[in-house]
Design a protein around this ligand. Structure first.
Ligand SMILES: [Zn+2]
Length: 265
């Protein structure tokens, strides 16, 4: 039977519960699924989950632990709580809206915006202010929004165990390349991608004991501040489509084992 891609993504989005069984990431970050997902508690020390109605706060235990540990470090550093956005759907898989990745429970979006003080009420978390660190004309960093706290946050995340890479906008990477002094080894983990100016995206390595999880090759040989950054300003390998352009459907071919994850009770 042939189903359309949009229908397939809708199916994954319509399943509101995880499967039982041990957590297993199956496939690749952009074409896979997740067995035995766990939910990130909606509030914790140093973070709060936003856009709760999307039901995308499911992931691998290693991802949830990463978020909790990073949030505690952020709190210990005296910074305001993090807004945690999408991790994954209860069974991973492709989503009808948003991103191509986040399919195996090992990706998560963390917003640059923060709000000091008590956590927002759940209704206020659906559409909070989420400012970009990049100017609207896409011609540089917005220094009215960007602060050294963002640099400290990215460094904390980049130096944690289990992290594969962090995606940020080219302007953010450029600013780090131009300003970070001392130990710059962590810049190796900060990878340029389109968007990612309002949030950064953490991607974790395949956890041990997940034989069907497909790892991703390393990205930069060094700090990534030379040619691999310049290319984004001269001949960008990827461009964001105009907001009103018709979106070509994303057609990942999922591993066969994901069919059982989708169908499981
Ligand atoms: Zn993301």
């Amino acid at each position: 039977m042939c189903t359309s891609v949009a229908a397939a993504a809708q199916e994954w989005g319509q399943v509101s519960t995880p499967t039982a069984g041990p957590p297993q990431s199956i496939g690749f970050y952009t074409a896979g699924c997740l067995q035995g997902a766990q939910a990130l508690p909606l509030d914790g020390p140093g973070y709060e989950v936003i856009r709760i109605s999307r039901n995308r706060y499911w992931g691998q235990p290693v991802t949830l632990d990463f978020i909790k540990t990073l949030s505690e470090k952020v709190r210990a550093a005296g910074q305001a709580p993090l807004y945690i956005g999408d991790i994954g759907q209860p069974r991973g898989g492709p989503a009808i809206s948003g991103h191509a990745s986040h399919q195996t429970g090992l990706d998560a979006d963390i917003w640059f915006e923060r709000q000091p003080g008590p956590p927002l009420a759940p209704a206020e978390r659906e559409n909070p202010r989420l400012r970009s660190l990049v100017r609207a004309a896409d011609d540089g960093i917005d220094d009215g929004v960007f602060t050294q706290q963002h640099v400290a946050l990215l460094r904390l995340a980049a130096e944690m165990p289990h992290l594969d890479r962090i995606f940020v906008n080219k302007w953010i990477k450029q600013r780090l390349c131009q300003t970070v002094t001392g130990n710059r080894a962590w810049l190796n983990k900060i990878v340029v991608w389109v968007g990612h100016d309002e949030h950064f995206h953490i991607r974790l390595h395949c956890p041990p004991g997940n034989p069907q999880c497909q790892p991703q090759a390393g990205y930069y040989a060094d700090d990534g501040c030379g040619e691999p950054l310049d290319i984004w300003f001269t001949r960008p390998p990827v461009k964001l489509p105009p907001p009103d352009a018709p979106q070509a459907p994303y057609r990942p071919k999922l591993p066969a084992a994901c069919a059982a994850v989708l169908k499981a009770p």
